[in-house]
Design a protein around this ligand. Structure first.
Ligand SMILES: [Zn+2]
Length: 476
């Protein structure tokens, strides 16, 4: 009976949304909370986030940034200083109006992002070019009052890091914006095995208050896109609104050039939807809390548990390894380890012990490999590297199979209906066409990729002179 309960998740090609819900709950990543749209990140889900966070935090520090912490609450007057910013965020802001029984003289907003908090602080601590650059980052939670929510993908409250930097020149700010986009791309591709496309957001899709926004876009199993990290050049907009000025090398006062960039728990949703299958999660070894799970076979027989624990002891310094010595049946344990996406299952039973061997089973391919005791550690390390690489290649192949070009709207619709995915098409640069494409197809502009192609001279929508190639898709 219990075995059946572990197994039962919806087939992903039948109902992808339900499959996703089944996986996040049954793999014990989250639980729902009593506040609509909020989630409890359970230990297994949080351990995955910690691995992602550790990898990203290391790169943030390696590139010269320092971690700080800003307050949760923002006075309304502060939020309103930068016009575009408040206009963009006003519909999703949550307000604190009372302290105890007392009504506050000024409402306080719970941060949806912290540009204005950093701006106010920077105004106080930056005076001269000698104070620059300022390269700050914070790990925090934010609240955005979303109407429709889904675990990890869109929640009222989510965890993220937000970088906020100040620079002397426009070029320095531009370089920083590019540098951090590349850091995000590296984390996605190297750590999460998710291939990304780098590009610039259109004016319509850029961050509220930014000069321009760079983005990395990835493609999910169901052919929908997901924005996976953004890096904004804020120009001098916030600096002018908040008076963040410094004496430059010529002794003149000038506003700083700023950037901000963010990476969120949303990426866990992406990882699930890129790699998962009908058995549940498939975790890239780099982020898997447990990379290898030992499952003793016929563990009541003499010597089996001892041998399993001995293996655990000898391997735990080189790999994140667990052991399931509970009294559940091996079949149940197999299903459970598959549901949780553990990259390698290590089986050891009386016969294996006799032969000085163990069996390794790959989660990504299901392949079973017999390994002699002397080679276990080497073989595990080789497999982990291979699984990480295989997941990336599979995702890349999937994305390539679901990427098409279109030179007119008929082709656009056809390709999108056929397999969803990314559609490359030329664009005149006018928002009217962007709006019309969305209305006709539900696809939005994902980015103007850095790697441009010249597919035609004409805009896919209006037929007028095209300026750039845009990647379009239906998106999460
Ligand atoms: Zn057009």
């Amino acid at each position: 009976m219990t075995k059946k309960m572990v197994e039962k998740i919806t087939n992903m090609d039948e109902d992808f949304a339900q499959w996703y819900t089944d996986v996040v709950t049954k793999a014990e990543l989250i639980d729902y909370s009593s506040v609509r749209g909020s989630m409890i990140i359970r230990p297994y889900g949080f351990a995955i986030w910690e691995n992602i966070k550790d990898a990203l935090d290391a790169e943030i520090k390696e590139t010269g940034h320092e971690n700080v912490y800003m307050p949760l609450l923002i006075p309304e007057s502060l939020l309103q200083k930068e016009k575009d910013h408040i206009e963009g965020f006003a519909p999703e802001v949550a307000w604190v109006t009372h302290g105890g029984d007392e009504k506050l003289a000024e409402r306080l907003c719970i941060r949806p992002t912290s540009e204005v908090l950093f701006a106010e602080h920077y105004k106080n601590i930056i005076h001269s070019y000698r104070d620059l650059p300022k390269l700050y980052n914070q790990w925090a939670n934010v609240i955005r009052w979303e109407k429709t929510t889904r675990p990890f993908l869109r929640t009222l409250e989510f965890l993220w890091q937000e970088g906020h930097t100040c620079h002397e020149t426009e070029e320095d700010a531009h370089e920083e914006t590019v540098k951090m986009l590349n850091v995000y791309a590296d984390i996605c591709e190297r750590v999460l095995a998710i291939p990304v496309i780098k590009g610039r957001k259109t004016e319509k899709e850029k961050f509220a208050g930014a000069k321009y926004t760079y983005t990395i876009e990835s493609l999910m199993h169901d052919g929908k896109a997901l924005q996976s990290g953004t890096s904004h050049n804020l120009g001098t907009g916030f600096a002018e609104a908040f008076g963040i000025e410094f004496l430059n090398r010529e002794g003149k006062l000038q506003p700083v050039h700023q950037t901000s960039w963010g990476f969120t728990t949303r990426i866990i949703g992406a990882m699930i939807m890129v790699h998962g299958d009908d058995k549940g999660l498939v975790l890239p070894p780099e982020v898997a809390p447990t990379q290898v799970l030992i499952v003793p076979i016929a563990q009541h027989k003499e010597g089996v548990l001892d041998a399993a624990y001995e293996l655990h002891r000898s391997l735990k310094s080189s790999v994140r390894i667990g052991i399931d010595a509970s009294d559940k049946k091996p079949g149940w344990k197999f299903n459970e380890s598959e549901m949780k996406g553990i990259p390698i299952r290590l089986e050891i039973g009386p016969k294996d012990i006799e032969e000085n061997k163990v069996v390794l089973v790959r989660r990504d391919t299901g392949e079973k490999i017999q390994v002699e005791n002397a080679n276990i550690e080497m073989e595990i390390n080789r497999l982990l590297t291979d699984i990480q690489e295989n997941l990336f290649q599979k995702a890349l192949e999937h994305r390539n199979n679901k990427t098409a070009s279109a030179v007119n709207m008929e082709e656009f619709q056809e390709q999108l209906t056929l397999h969803g995915g990314f559609i490359k098409a030329m664009w005149c640069g006018k928002q009217a066409c962007e709006d019309q494409i969305k209305e006709l197809t539900q696809a939005t502009s994902r980015c103007i990729p850095f790697e441009q192609e010249n597919l035609s001279e004409e805009c896919v929508c209006c037929g007028q002179k095209a300026e750039e190639m845009v990647i379009w898709a239906k998106a999460y």
